[in-house]
Each structure stands twice: as C-alpha cells, then as structure tokens.
Ligand binder design. Structure first.
Ligand code: G6P
Ligand code: ZN
Length: 545
C-alpha cells in the first residue's frame, strides 16, 4: 500500500450542524477535496486511531459509493487497523451505532443527509459517531471545524477501488477490511428486545398486519429481512423496499406529506393494523393506525407507558428524556411511573450522556425520532417493532391504544409549523426580536392565555455540567400551553423557522378535537409575537406536522 500525502486548501464552511456536515451534493462534487478535507480533519482530531476499528457505511444516496471508496483509502492511510464496511456501502444510522458498540470501534463515519432528498441536485452529508455509538458531541465537532479551517494536506492510500458488493475479509498491509452484511447484527439485537415469537404468530396468522414504507432508502433491506423473512409478514408488507440513489425521486422523510403511498393505504378501506415509515438513513419513524396518525410526541409517551410489554424493557425504565420542543406528554407518564424526565436541546447527541450514565432508558423528539439505550442513535425500525410488539401484546388497535392513553393522562394537542428556506437575515431578525421581548412577556394576557414564563432555553448537562445556550425561545402559558420558536440546525438553504404549539387538554370529552382548530389561538399568538408571515411574505407555513 503506497500512501500519498496530498496538498489541499481549507474551506471556511465545514461547520457541522445538528447532525454532521450536510451540504448540497454539488458542494461535494464541485469543490476539490471537499470531502477529503473534512475526513482528514476528523482523523486529525482522533489521536488514538492507530490500529483501531472504524465502521463505515451510508444511506445509499447519490455519491455514497464514490465517497466511501475515498474514505476507505484515507482510513487505511491514517492507520486504522480494521474497517467494517456495510455491503453495498449501506448501513443505517442505528445499525452503524450498534456495530460501533458491539465491535468496540473507535467510531464510525456515516454518509447521509438523513431525510433530505438525494441526487446531484439534492443533499449529501457526512457525520462522525464516537466510541459509545452516538453522534460526536460538540467538543468534537468544534474541533473538526477548527481543524478544517487550517488543513493543508490529507493522507490517502493509492490503490484500486475495493469491491463493496461482496462480503468478506481482505488483508491490506496488516490492516483488515471487512465487508459485512449490514442487517445481521442489527436483526439479532432486535430479536433480543422484542417478543419475536408472539409477533411471528400474529403476523403469520394474519391477525395483525403491517405496511412498512422504506421510501426507497436504507431501511428497505432491514425491514424486508426482519418483518418479512424473520417475522413472516406477507411479501409486499414492506413497500418501496429497494434503496435508490435518488430515493425514487422522493423526499425520504416519514411524515404525512411525503409518505403518500403509505398514508393512502392507511386511510383506505383495506388498511393494515399498523403503518410505518422510516427516513433516508433509518433513524426516524412515523407510526400510523387504521385511519389514524400518531404524533411522535404521543408515540414516545405511549412507548414509555407500555414499555413493560416488550421483553427488553420488562424491568421498567430508569428515566426518560425529550427534546425541549417535544410535547410534554411523556412528562406525565414519567410522573405516573415515578421516574425522572429530562428536557434537552434539539439534537440526538444531547441524549448520549444521559444514556451512558444510565439515567434514562427511552428518549425521543418531535422530529420523528425515538430511541432507547440499545444504541446511541434514534432508531426507526426499532420504534416500529416496539409498536408492533405492543399492538400484538395488547390485542388493541393503534387508535384505541392512543385514545386510552389520552383518557388516562390527558392529551397534549401539538403542532409544528415550519417556514422553510426563508432569508437567513429574516430568520435571525425574528429570533432576535423575540429574544428582546422576553423580559416583558411574563404576566401579559393574550386572549385566554397568560404568560407564565419566557426564556431562551439553555441546558446544563446533568452528567458533565456543560452548558448549551440559545436553544430556542420558550413561552410557557397558563392554562397549560407552550409556544416555542427556533431556527432549524439541519437546513441547507437560508433559514428554517420552526414554531411549535402545544396545549394540554385534561377534559375526557374533548380528546378528539381537530388539532389545528383547537390550537388556533396559539397559532395566532405566534403570528402576533413574531409577524413571521408579514416579514417573510408567506401566506403560511411550508410544512405542518
Ligand atoms: C436531526 C437530528 C435530530 C433533530 C432533527 C431536527 O434529525 O438528528 O436530533 O431533532 O434533525 O433538527 P432541526 O434543527 O432541523 O429542527
Ligand atoms: Zn435520519
């Protein structure tokens, strides 16, 4: 193996966001060494990499294979001892997290822009996960960014491309390159957590049915193997199962807008018991029942309340956590269970310390992410299997489970309005103005609400004491409601303003109202406070979830 040290020039914009370095694919294609610079910056910040194991894979989007070839050669040139690469270049984000943990790797590189569209005109991304299997915390990503602004050379092995499609082990000058089946280890883990026997009986007998939409992204092979081959769901239960470089032209984001085929089925006459979808890299999930949508916040609360029904969680939960904008439905479950509930900033990385310290078992976000201490990422298929386990064990319909939950705990009506791709200055100006208004808000009356407290959310990590500030404007109202404003950390164009509205309803006769209608007053208050429509010239949000 000949190693070359090649000269390069730094880029000023390689700052990782909520979830790694995510850019338009063209940025990677058109700027020389854009990928190489960032990868070398990561490696330069890992002093103990010699002889260590690195996990590599991606969600199969356009440029995945080519980028992987480069990264393999760079990893070899930088002295890693073992490379575990998903066959076909594929690894879902949660599967990569599991492999890092299981094989005691130093870390892993996952190529994905998650739920953003792929292709030459779409997005591409690269993220680094550390040895606990979770996304690199800020102290790492800051260091990568710092390094990327001064980097002047990178190391690469000069060799032929590797065969990504054949499983097997190769010795390369003392290093080991192993092309592994991307599904096997993950499927074994799932079989430990959930009652596969009972689920097999229910699916095999047709008592329970499922439609899983892989959206032509990475979960196709995982869902096919587990749901159809291992659990005996009839062939065709997994739709859009073949990963495609452009996700079939779709937007691999599991929500009511983009998972259209699934939604049509679930609201049609022959809807199966459970409907579900996952995103580009397999960490998000959407759950549907027959003609019924489960909000991610309610899903987290319901999983917490029913966790004991799954073998892996039979002994109870140590605690739960949710991101700040996620509805407070799970807080009530935690209260009832007598366990702690933590509120973290948006971004899965904030759950890592709580999971590592054994403070929580389950966690989730409103952005269609749910997970547990089994890995250090949110996990789409895991959430689906958890729901399937609960549906099978309870013998209940999804809608019945959720309505029973509301009757017991009350309902947190919840919606998020996104203003996507607005001018960055406008987005920041709106946030700055809101921040300025904060001190005068408490005590003010708006219609039937009174402001109880208002702040710019900051978080002190209870494990290491680190403080993260500026995580979103939070307005707490009486009677129990919240209004939250924040700028997305994952957009690739201008700024995306997210407005979250939540109202708690304890009245058992008022649990089936229309969400947008029942939140009208809060939606109007959001406009009064931010003037977002007027300032962006938009009629309304681009996406409502
Ligand atoms: C990614 C992260 C999540 C986060 C979501 C939305 O999926 O992994 O942790 O909740 O992005 O982030 P955003 O900053 O766009 O609201
Ligand atoms: Zn994702």
């Amino acid at each position: 193996m000949r190693i070359e040290v090649r000269q390069t020039r730094p880029y000023p914009d390689q700052k990782p966001g909520t979830s790694g370095l995510r850019k338009k694919t063209r940025v990677f294609l058109e700027n020389p060494n854009y990928l190489e610079n960032f990868v070398q910056s990561i490696f330069d910040c890992l002093p103990d990499k010699a002889g260590k194991t690195l996990v590599l894979g991606g969600d199969g989007r356009y440029h995945n294979r080519k980028a992987l070839q480069t990264i393999v050669k760079m990893a070899l040139a930088n002295g890693f001892g073992t490379l575990l690469v998903g066959q076909g270049g594929l690894l879902s984000t949660p599967a990569a997290s599991h492999l890092i943990r299981k094989y005691h790797a130093l870390g892993g590189i996952i190529l994905s822009a998650s739920h953003n569209p792929g292709g030459p005109d779409g997005d591409f991304g690269i993220k680094y996960n550390i040895d606990n299997g979770g996304p690199a915390p800020e102290k790492y990503t800051e260091a990568f960014y710092r390094r990327s602004r001064e980097i002047d050379e990178y190391r690469i092995a000069v060799m032929d491309d590797i065969d990504l499609d054949t499983q097997g082990e190769h010795q390369i000058d003392g290093a080991i390159l192993r092309i592994i089946d991307p599904v096997t280890d993950y499927a074994e883990l799932m079989a430990q957590l959930f009652d596969f026997d009972r689920m097999r009986q229910a699916l095999g007998s047709g008592k329970v049915s499922i439609c899983f939409d892989a959206m032509h992204a990475v979960t196709g092979p995982y869902a096919k193997r587990i749901l159809e081959d291992q659990l005996g769901a009839p062939e065709g239960s997994v739709i859009n199962a073949v990963p495609l470089e452009d996700f079939g032209g779709g937007h691999p984001d599991p929500n009511l807008t983009y998972a259209r085929e699934l939604v049509e089925r679930m609201y049609g006459p022959d809807a199966p018991t459970l409907g579900a979808a996952s995103d580009g890299d397999g960490d998000r999930n959407m759950i549907l029942g027959r003609g019924f949508f489960v909000t991610p916040s309610d899903s987290l609360a319901l999983l917490a309340a029913n966790a004991h029904r799954a073998p892996g969680y039979r002994d109870g939960l140590r605690g739960v956590a949710r991101s700040m904008p996620t509805s407070r439905a799970v807080d009530r479950v935690a209260d009832a269970l007598g366990i702690p509930c933590y509120e973290t900033p948006t971004g899965w990385k904030f759950f890592g310390n709580l999971l590592d310290a054994g403070k929580i078992t389950l966690c989730g976000e409103e952005s269609f992410g749910t997970g547990s201490d089994h890995v250090r990422e949110k996990d789409g298929l895991w959430a689906v299997l958890f729901w399937l386990n609960i549906v099978v064990a309870s013998g209940q319909e999804v809608a019945t489970l959720v309505r029973d939950h509301w009757r017991r705990f009350g309902r947190n009506y919840y919606t998020r309005h996104d203003y996507e791709a607005i001018a960055a200055e406008t987005g920041h100006a709106i946030m700055d103005d809101l921040r300025r208004k904060l001190p005068e808000l408490p005590g003010q009356h708006f219609g039937s609400f009174t402001v109880e407290a208002a702040d710019d959310f900051s978080y002190t990590d209870p494990v290491n004491g680190s403080v993260t500030t500026g995580q979103g404007i939070r307005i707490l109202l009486e009677p129990e409601a919240r209004l939250i404003f924040r700028l997305s950390g994952t957009g690739t164009e201008g700024a995306t303003l997210r407005i979250y509205m939540e109202r708690y309803e304890p009245d058992p006769t008022r649990l089936d109202l229309d969400t947008q209608e029942t939140l009208t007053e809060l939606i109007e208050l959001a406009e009064t406070l931010s003037q977002v429509k007027q300032r962006t010239g938009r009629d309304g949000p681009t996406v409502i979830t």
